[in-house]
Ligand binder design. Structure first.
Ligand code: BGC
Length: 558
């Protein structure tokens, strides 16, 4: 385990979706002891830290992102003592633990929201959430025209304790996810306690959900497009929230945070200024079509924005909100990559092409300077599951669109570990919370672990190389194909150099030990630079890189 307090600057963080990782109780739902049981697999894979998506008691309206108690473990997933065991075992194995913090909204079942419902308008209890009077003569219209991310109005009307129709509360997401009022001292104090609760249990950091949306324009003006007005400028009070978080986290040295935000790079960088948060997800790869020019821009702009504030870049190819990369890139040009894509679209195309591209993008993500995030199952090359029976789907995106958008269940299917039929060692239950495709028999971790040519073996080699190669992850990008020439060549070449080599240089003025990561996004083979290929996504013949493939080349023989 790296002993640097800034370990997170170049860490590989593996995202665990606990409900889909490993079930130890036979209820068909993964749990915390299941994560502990699989630590040897993760350590062997070669990651540095785990990020667990929410495992707290929840109303189940949004895959755990509707938290009913921030300081407890959902009884389906285990107990606090199971969590303590996980932290201890992970640390003993050299792995760090990051937990999810959901500060924008709670579950409607949370005791603070229940108190708000029982208290009168204008009370401190009600002030913990965003209540407003309706419009129209009897207040029966919502306060404004803002739309929820999951469809429909962002407002739901309550019945007051005396039975009369009452105020409305704001929810950026589902009605079961009321937004907190971050101007309320009660909310601020509450979250300070939540931070300390997990920090004192030994967690190494927080992934902060919907981090940039905590402050809304509570004059509640209508907007032309129905999108909410969320001030994110440098002077927004949202930055004070993170300065306070940072003060608390600094009491626990070596801890980190990673912000989830859909904002553009320059806005995100404001949250990473000194005294604010540590790093933020960069979703450019998640959204990037299979296009060399777009990819080159994504790399340049991501590194430009973070280096301006001294924060590390992060690289994300998959997560629990987006169709699996192997399916996303199966189509001719890949998907344009909307944030919550329909998995129907993702299914079209050639699976081999999708997998080849997904591996190539992972090579870049794990080579470029900064930290990289892997989503459970990415290392197995799992595809999006597109044919889940409707009645098994749980995503509010599916439910609230009347099934028009398939939503995100297809990337949350339980992992296949071993054996020839579902549940593939994930569970003893005859049925898992989302059914696994029988065809995953060829994709189990066990089967792939025995095959040097498998996607899992490839990821193990890539992660091992990243740890041993000084230019990967911790190096510096010294040259990159510019977007205009990438549009011509369909190839992206990132030239990396280790900090040590940069410091030394050589007599000819050329720094020693340069490494190039080459990704071929065209349709014809591309020439590789002269040097030693230290890793490639496919078997190479000669110095040619096939279409949809990537290679890492040490330019000068070691
Ligand atoms: C999470 C989603 C969730 C949403 C609302 C997102 O950022 O990643 O899974 O639905 O926040 O909490």
């Amino acid at each position: 385990m790296s002993t640097s307090p800034e370990w997170w600057r170049s860490a590989v963080v593996y995202q665990v979706y606990p409900r889909s990782f490993q079930d130890t109780t036979g209820n068909g739902v993964g749990d915390i002891p299941g994560v502990t049981a699989r630590l040897p697999y993760l350590s062997d894979l070669g990651v540095d830290a785990l990020w667990l998506t929410p495992f707290y008691p929840s109303g189940g309206a949004d895959g755990g992102y509707d938290v009913a108690d921030y300081c407890q473990v959902d009884s389906q997933l285990g107990t606090l003592s199971d969590f303590d065991n996980l932290v201890a075992a992970a640390h003993a194995t050299g792995l760090r633990i990051i937990v999810d913090l959901v500060p924008n909204h709670s579950s409607h079942l949370h005791s603070l929201f229940q108190s708000a419902l029982g208290a009168p308008p204008g009370s401190p209890e009600r002030d913990a959430y965003l209540f407003a009077d309706g419009t129209g003569t009897d207040g029966s219209n919502p306060p404004n025209n803002w739309r929820s991310v999951f469809g429909g109005s962002s407002w739901t009307r309550v019945t007051e304790p005396d039975g009369s129709p009452g105020q409305w509360y704001y929810h950026l997401f589902a009605p079961e996810q009321p937004d907190f009022n971050w101007e309320s001292p009660l909310v601020q104090r509450y979250f300070e306690d939540v931070l300390r609760f997990w920090l004192s249990r030994g967690v190494d950091g927080f992934r902060i959900d919907v981090s940039d949306a905590l402050i809304k324009d509570t004059a509640w003006p209508d907007t032309a497009d129905g999108n909410p007005l969320i001030p994110k400028d440098s002077a927004s009070p949202v930055h004070d929230i993170y300065r306070r978080f940072r003060q608390i986290m600094d009491e626990y040295p070596g801890t980190t945070s990673v912000l989830e935000t859909g904002a553009d790079e320059d806005t995100v960088a404001l949250f990473l200024r000194p005294g604010e948060m540590h790093q933020a997800f960069n979703f450019r790869f998640l959204k990037c079509p299979w296009d060399a020019s777009a990819l080159a821009s994504a790399i340049a702009e991501s590194l430009g924005a973070t280096s301006a504030v001294g924060a590390p870049a992060t690289w994300v190819v998959e997560n629990h909100d987006t169709a699996r990369a192997a399916s996303r890139y199966a189509g001719e040009g890949g998907l344009a990559g909307s944030y919550v894509p329909s998995s129907t679209t993702a299914a079209q195309g050639a699976p081999d092409r999708g997998l080849a591209r997904a591996k190539s993008l992972a090579v870049l993500a794990l080579s470029l300077p900064g930290s990289a995030y892997l989503y459970a199952g990415q290392e197995l090359g799992l595809p999006e599951v597109t044919d889940l029976p409707d009645e098994t789907r749980t995503d509010p995106v599916f439910l609230r669109s009347g099934g028009a958008i398939l939503g995100r269940d297809g990337c949350r299917v339980p992992l296949p570990w071993e054996g020839a039929a579902p549940p593939f060692g994930f569970s003893n239950a005859p049925q898992t919370w989302l059914p696994q495709p029988p065809g995953w028999a060829s994709l189990t971790a066990q089967k792939q672990g025995e095959d040097e040519a498998s996607t899992l073996s490839f990821f193990r080699r890539l992660l091992r190389l990243r740890r041993s190669h000084p230019a990967l992850g911790t190096g510096r990008l010294v040259a990159l194909t510019d977007p205009a020439s990438a549009a011509e060549s369909h190839v992206v070449v990132a030239t990396l150099e280790s900090e040590a080599a940069l410091a030394l240089g050589d007599a000819s003025g050329r720094a020693a030990g340069r490494t190039q990561v080459v990704v071929n996004l065209g349709q014809c083979p591309a020439p590789l630079p002269q040097g030693r290929v230290v890793l490639a996504t496919t078997e190479l013949e000669g110095a040619q890189l096939p279409a949809d493939c990537a290679a890492i080349v040490n330019l000068y023989a070691d």
